[in-house]
Structure formats: C-alpha cells, structure tokens
Design a protein. Sequence first.
Length: 248
Amino acid sequence: MVAAPVGFQCPECVAAAAATTRRATTPAGGTPIAKPAVTYSLIGVTAAIFLLQFTVGINQTAGEWGMYPPAIAVGGEWWRLITHAFLHGSWLHVGFNMLVLFLLGPTLERILGHGRFLSLYVLAALGGGVASYIASDPFDFSVGASGAIFGLMGAFIVAGRRLRYDITQVVVLLGINVVIGFLSPGVDWRAHLGGLIVGAAVAAVFVLPARHHRALVQSAGLIGVVLVLAGLVAWRTAQINELLSPLG
C-alpha cells in the first residue's frame, strides 16, 4: 500500500491516477524549466570563444572558422555554416549580440523548453549562414551570431503574437537593427535576413500546431526547414564551383 493524504492507496490505483494526470508542458509542448540554462550556456560558450579569439588572433580564427564561401564549396568545410555564428569581430559586436540573447533568450526558452530553444538558435544561426553563403560576394568573410539573434527576434514576434504578449519593444528593436544593417557598410544584412526568416519559421512550427498533432507537425516542420537549407547550399555550391572552375 502507498500512503496518501487520507489513508492508503494500492500501487495500482496510484499508477492509474498518475496515468490520467495531464503532464505540465510549455506552450510549445516542452517540459517546463526552472532556469534558462541553454541561454546562459550559449552566452558563456560564445564569450569564451571570443576571449580565445582575442588571444589567438581575431583575423586568424575568422579565416579558419568564419564564413568564407570558397572554403565551403571547394574545400568541403561545411562546419563554417555554423561556426561563424560563434565568432565575432570586436567587443562591441559580441557584446550587443550577447545582450540581446540575454534579454530574449530566457523568455523564449521558457516558452519552448531547453531542446526546442537550442534547435531554434542553431537553425537560425544556420539560416543566417546559408543566406550569407548564397547571396554574399563569394570572396567575402563574415562572422557573428547576428543571424541567430535576428532569428530570436523573429521567433519572439511569432510566439509573442500567438501567446498575446506585448511584442512592441522587440518589433522596434528589430526595425532599428534592420535599418542599421542596410545602412552600415560591412554588415552582412543577408545573414540577418536569413536568420530572421528561419527563426520565425521555426517558432511557427513550434507554437502554432494544435496540441493533438503537435509532435508530428513539429518534427515534419523542422525536417522541412533543414531540407530547404540543404537544397540552397547544394545549389550555391554548384554555382560557386562553376564560377571558380575557369580559375582552377
């Protein structure tokens, strides 16, 4: 027998009651969290990598791990599509990106849960990398988490509208940064746009489906996003190889 607030219950009765009790979930179907551990971990990892860059040499690490289309298309260094998002060019660059992550990350992580939030961040970073890869000058270098950060802003707007949050400040922040990205020379606005689109799409996949079909729609949606990005990379790779073949 199992002790209960009043008297005792048989183990079978306790198990049956537990099976009929609805498990608490986040609005996206994840497990509720106590602390936004993924947000803080991403900030810590990014900060540590920047300190390493500062020690080793910012230009050297950018050259080895940053976004450089020929290294991806010809050298097969596919990891650059992600690793560029953990590198930065200056203290101001990394400071602004980590500040926005600190402001938006905890709320999004509580909405989505740890795993879904990490998926959002990685896919938004990948979306920014792919957009830069397919639309930038083939010989440009770029680094930064801005694609992922724009993805968080897009995700916050989508999830916030779904959950009836006040998203005014995030919309204003997004608008200001879009303008800055277009007006400032050297800023990879393509990565910003790619991360924004992918972040909004992933958030829609997570928070819009009905509860009874949520897991299936979320899985299919994420696979669809990855396949689209992979198709764009394959197309751009063939294009760059064709462009560079006369030079080889």
